[in-house]
Design a protein around this ligand. Structure first.
Ligand code: ADP
Ligand code: MG
Length: 683
């Protein structure tokens, strides 16, 4: 056994008590400890002379204690101990709050290293509650960049730093998994130095090098794994060979001409389906770009080849919507469409299940109900999931396992910058619909101060009178003491009865499925004219008659989410308007949201979001069924991604898929990330 796998209690300074605390932080072994990276750093590598100290900064100073101090008691229960210190350049005071005992730590005439927040107070430099270290050796011995760890309350930074330093004893055993050629090719430092420097960097530059190396490795591991998997699937697995059929006839019957982007995406899909390797394709396209039609063509092809298709969506509302769209598009071709959702009665459900098993239904649309054990398909050949990011990879693969090396198409309307998509969806081929159907008018978007709400509602009223409909979105369902933000319930009350002759409805996640569906249907049928809602309307709902959306406290939403919400309108041929109401006047917020007023292009917005907030939100575990990156989620730029792509390609070209080196690498990665073939692989 390697020492890295030793329980932490074998580390000097860790007894049973501390072991418990470390365990509660998810640290069990020495290796876990070394992988507990700092959340931040304190730069204590340079001493600042007192004369150069500026207010409002953390400073490190080397000072002599003059022996003078005073204790102030400005009011009951508060004491301030002030110690007067000096260096060659000036005087300063150290101020400790409620720590009268501190005075015992200082000896007049001795030198101390002081680290804390500096403040100019009544003409004197004051350092508040500083850390103190007596200077006993050469000063250089003390200068360093300290790690700051996320800790629970029973352990201090000092203790944690000490423990980690002890664990450095075993640094040498950390395995260098990147081949030497890659290290030199991409100017990466070796793994041991990287681990040492991410905890105790000897300079900020070396800290960057350590982060780059470790981020590189994380991205490399995940990408390499997904790529090897993809290539293996392509070479080994025999999928279904769908024959060419009369799709063109089907296309001719559509009430519109396909866009070039749709034609291109369809040609990718058709090629996949007609080849013998199983299709694993992601179809990415902004809201309203016409993915559903393309999906319907794939369904058509599968059914004409005597296979069944399953179409999984995240919500019942969406399921019903796709059910009616597919019925409209396909029923005329003699294709039988079924709907399987959990709110069906037991009898209805059994009836559908029976038909699926007998092959009397050709394509079934549904929610998670589709992957339950009781669903048995006669001859499943194609699986489509919509709004893929709402499903974990596992749910996807459960659906795929209902058939034999079937073709898989996943769709998403969440635009992700191309570079990131290659990581997140590294095991998939990607087609992008980057063009909207012609005649679509871009949504006009405005940032509006709260004070202008009344005018916005007047604007709505004129549109209601034109026979159009409107959404009003709020961040909360009900009023909250803790959050100062608009709630759907309050706005619903405010707006009910406001527009004479028009009905207002409410939709939120706490309502039962029946209530939600009822409300949505009322809105679709234009019986409700203003729908007040939370973000539950975010996904794919299609009511072309809705032309205005008002988003309250829009500062509380992410850019991608606002873009999704805005996608609820502009679906017809009328001019549409989006009002982003600002809960405050913060100029940073305005700057962040401004991009939405400038473009309707989801990919541009996503790129902007990536620059602004970093990749953490895109690389989130839950959203994409991806593991949480530790370093890469805060350290990422296009340069590193380019390099990682090159490195992955180089590795596969050099070592292949089945060599000892490749197999070993895959095993290490599976171990580290908890991947297994079934989670990620689809068959
Ligand atoms: P998505 O699923 O990508 O959000 P949909 O497939 O729901 O988009 O399409 C949005 C709307 O545009 C639908 O009403 C659809 O009928 C229509 N549509 C799709 N493709 C075209 C096209 N090429 N020309 C005109 N309208 C189209
Ligand atoms: Mg859609």
């Amino acid at each position: 056994m390697s020492n890295l796998e030793m329980p932490v209690r074998y580390i000097k300074g860790v007894g049973p008590g501390r072991e418990k605390i470390l365990n509660s932080m998810g640290i069990f072994t020495v290796f876990d400890l070394l992988n507990y990276f700092p959340r931040d750093y304190e730069d204590r590598s340079k001493v600042t002379p007192i004369i150069n100290i500026v207010s409002g900064h953390k400073v490190l100073a080397a000072v002599k204690y003059t022996g003078r101090y005073k204790v102030l008691r400005p009011r009951n229960g508060l004491s301030i101990t002030k110690l007067y210190v000096t260096d060659d350049t000036g005087y300063a005071t150290l101020a400790y709050f409620n720590q009268d005992y501190i005075i015992k730590n200082f000896i007049a005439g001795n030198y101390y290293l002081i680290y804390g927040d500096a403040e100019l107070s009544f003409g004197e430099i004051q350092i508040k509650n500083p850390d103190v270290e007596p200077i006993r050796k050469d000063i250089n011995h003390y200068l360093c960049i300290y790690p700051v760890y996320s800790l629970t309350k029973n352990i201090t930074q000092k203790v944690m730093r000490g423990i980690i330093k002890e664990a450095f004893l075993y640094l040498d055993e950390i395995y260098e998994m990147l081949p030497q050629e890659l290290l030199s090719k991409f100017k990466l430092i070796d793994v041991k130095t990287a681990y040492k420097n991410i905890h105790y960097p000897d300079s900020m530059e070396n800290l960057e090098r350590a982060k780059r190396r470790l981020a590189f490795q994380e991205l490399f591991e995940v990408m390499l794994y997904l790529n090897i998997l993809k290539l293996k699937r392509e070479t080994i697995k025999k999928g279904i060979l769908f024959s060419p059929c009369d799709e063109d006839e089907f296309v001719k019957l559509l009430p519109f001409k396909l866009t070039n982007a749709q034609i291109k995406a369809w040609s990718d899909i058709k090629q996949d389906m007609e080849s013998e390797r199983p299709m694993n394709r992601l179809l990415q396209g902004d809201v309203g770009s016409g993915k559903t039609v393309v999906a319907a063509m794939a369904v058509y092809k599968a059914v004409k080849n005597n296979y069944q298709a399953a179409f999984m969506v995240p919500t019942e509302i969406l399921a019903e919507q796709h059910y009616s769209t597919l019925t409209r598009l396909l029923a005329g071709q003699g294709i039988k469409v079924g709907l399987l959702i959990s709110s069906l009665s037991a009898k209805e459900k059994n009836n559908i299940l029976d038909k699926i098993a007998k092959g009397e239904i050709d394509v079934v649309v549904g929610t998670h109900a589709l992957i339950q054990d009781n669903v048995i398909y006669k001859n499943l050949g194609l699986v489509i999931t919509d709004e893929q990011h709402r499903f974990g990879v596992r749910q996807r693969s459960m659906l795929e396992q209902k058939g034999d090396n079937i073709d898989v198409l996943v769709m998403t309307a969440t635009p992700i910058p191309r570079s990131l998509a290659l990581i997140i969806y590294g095991d998939l081929d990607i087609s992008i619909i980057d063009e909207l159907p012609p005649g679509r008018k871009p949504v006009r978007t405005y940032l509006v101060d709260k004070g202008m709400r009344e005018q916005v509602f007047n604007f709505i009223e004129t549109h209601l009178k034109n026979g159009e409909q409107c959404y009003v979105v709020a961040p909360l369902i009900e009023e909250s003491d803790k959050l100062d933000a608009a709630s759907a319930e309050k706005i619903y009350k405010e707006l009910s009865g406001k527009f004479t002759g028009f009905n207002v409805g409410i939709l939120h996640g706490k309502m039962s499925k029946e209530e939600k569906d009822y409300m949505m249907r009322q809105f679709k049928e234009n019986k409700i004219h203003v729908l007040v809602s939370t973000t539950v309307i975010e996904v794919g709902v299609d009511v072309p008659n809705a032309t205005v959306i008002v988003i309250e406290n829009s500062e509380r939403f992410g850019l991608a989410q606002l873009h999704q919400l805005r996608g609820r309108i502009g679906r017809g041929d009328k001019e549409s308007y989006c009002f982003l109401i600002l809960g405050n006047n913060n100029s940073e917020v305005k700057d962040r949201l401004k991009i939405l007023t400038q473009t309707n292009d989801g990919f541009k917005i996503a790129e902007h979001d990536l620059k602004l907030r970093g990749p953490g939100d895109f690389l989130g575990f839950k959203q994409h069924g991806m593991p949480a990156f530790k370093v890469a989620s805060t350290y990422l730029d296009n340069d590193i991604l380019e390099d990682v792509f090159k490195a992955v390609r180089y590795f596969i070209e050099t070592y292949g898929l089945d060599t000892l080196t490749a197999t070993k690498m895959v095993r290490i990665i599976e171990d580290k990330w908890g991947f297994n073939e079934e989670d990620i692989a689809l068959n």
